[in-house]
Design a protein around this ligand. Structure first.
Ligand SMILES: Nc1ncnc2c1ncn2[C@@H]1O[C@H](COP(=O)(O)OP(=O)(O)OP(=O)(O)O)[C@@H](O)[C@H]1O
Ligand SMILES: [Mg+2]
Length: 397
């Protein structure tokens, strides 16, 4: 019997990750005060929102939240990356799940090594976005052109020129849409596509589209990251702790392309798996405002994964300085939201609305003031499990 009880306790505790020390929580206060004694006592009720002091630890139970996604936002230097590390450590130690960190400033390297993880740098690893991975050439070309158009902000003519060049690059490898037997040939690389663009430019075909396109793609062609075949196997992401240290890619666009190419492979793998309620894997995207690039008509891939990942056991943790400029889907579908201090007025309003919810003016006012008064390393947390927001102090990892 005791074995059973212990088993149940262990099971229910296995997804709980400690975050920090609880300081206070939002509460609705109902009080009455006497306005008149004579001829009889008159009471006037007062109701207001207050922050009520609490003690104890604050933790997140990933297994019982509505979904396993977390969003962390706040001003630079207030402790977002430190909180990310805390969550990653908890997930590795308690949930024992694989975690991949997309590390745009290469600031998790020591942390990952300390936890026994692997660090991958673009210097040693390349990734080929033109590999078919089970798709047809037409599907792969269409997906890549849409992704590159959105991330590099290409115009319609440039996108069309890219599509034509990609088709030619596949044909040169003997791969055609009609000949399914040819799909297992060695796929073209970004260098092949780039060469086709430059050839068309040299021949004077639609010069404007091709030369602009060539200039936009040029920064990606430095180094081998995108221009060679894949040397960083996707299966890496399915085991242990991995830090993709991509600061040296330089531009946000190149980093976004690296992350999306890798996550797309994960997405394809995910769709081939059975639906599950069990958590399988976490991905962390720090500085998400820089690398989750959406367009008015299309979500970024991390945005899509946040809206669909739960069913396949995938949790996404994003951290950003400006939640307002982040892909809406990420904010809308993260069950856990951490808000650090925010000074920028529009962002402050946005976060206040997000945490306070509804249109109760008093509640909004109290939450807004609390965000203004947060000290460094303190944040307000809203989860799908807690009824009301809680102020938490994060301790270093
Ligand atoms: N709870 C804490 N106690 C003491 N120092 C901390 C704590 N949390 C973070 N720090 C330190 O504060 C500094 C900034 O923290 P961190 O890098 O987590 O901020 P950030 O919000 O991610 O900033 P940015 O947006 O610029 O990346 C770091 O040097 C970190 O070691
Ligand atoms: Mg940071």
């Amino acid at each position: 019997m005791f074995g059973n009880i212990l088993g149940v306790m262990k099971k229910s505790d296995s997804g709980v990750v400690d975050v920090g020390e609880k300081i206070c929580e939002l509460a609705f206060l109902r009080k009455s005060y006497i306005t008149e004694y004579h001829p009889f006592v008159r009471l006037k009720p007062i109701t207001k929102w207050v922050w009520r002091g609490t003690g104890g630890r604050f933790s997140i139970d990933f297994n019982s939240e509505a979904n396993p996604h977390v969003n962390i936002s706040g001003m630079s230097g207030y402790g977002k990356s430190t909180l990310c590390k805390k969550l990653v450590r908890g997930i590795r130690e308690k949930l024992k799940l694989p975690v991949s960190i997309f590390d745009v400033h290469s600031e998790y390297v020591d942390f990952a090594l300390e936890l026994g993880g692997k660090v991958h740098s673009p210097k040693e690893s390349s990734i080929n976005m033109w590999e078919l991975d089970g798709a047809s050439p037409a599907e792969r070309i269409s997906e890549n052109v849409t992704m590159l158009k959105r991330i590099l902000k290409l115009g319609d003519i440039q996108a069309y020129s890219l599509l034509a060049s990609a088709e030619r690059a596949y044909e040169r490898r003997g791969i055609t849409q009609a000949g399914q037997g040819s799909w297992c040939n060695e796929p073209p690389t970004m260098q092949d596509v780039y060469d086709c663009i430059n050839e068309s430019m040299g021949r004077g075909h639609g010069r404007q589209g091709y030369s602009g396109l060539s200039k936009r793609l040029y920064p990606l062609m430095r180094g081998d990251v995108f221009s060679a075949k894949t040397t960083l196997p996707f299966s890496t992401i399915l085991e242990g702790l991995n830090d993709f240290s991509i600061a040296e890619l330089g531009s946000s666009e190149a980093q976004a392309l690296f992350i999306e190419t890798f996550l797309r492979k994960l997405y394809t793998h995910m769709l081939s798996q059975k639906l599950t309620h069990r958590l399988r894997l976490f991905a962390v995207i720090d500085e998400a405002h820089r690398v989750c690039i959406s367009s008015p008509g299309e979500l970024s891939l991390p945005g899509r994964l946040v809206s669909e990942g739960r069913k396949y056991g995938l949790g996404i943790i994003t951290s950003n300085q400006m939640a307002k400029s982040l892909d809406r889907s990420i904010i809308a579908n993260s069950a856990v939201a951490f808000a650090f201090y925010q000074r920028e007025p529009e962002e402050h309003d946005y976060i206040t609305n997000l945490i306070a919810g509804g249109n109760d003016y008093d509640r909004r006012d109290v939450v807004g003031k609390a965000i203004r008064n947060l000290k460094q390393f303190e944040c307000i947390v809203l989860t799908s499990n807690e009824m009301e927001p809680v102020v938490v102090r994060i301790m270093p990892v």
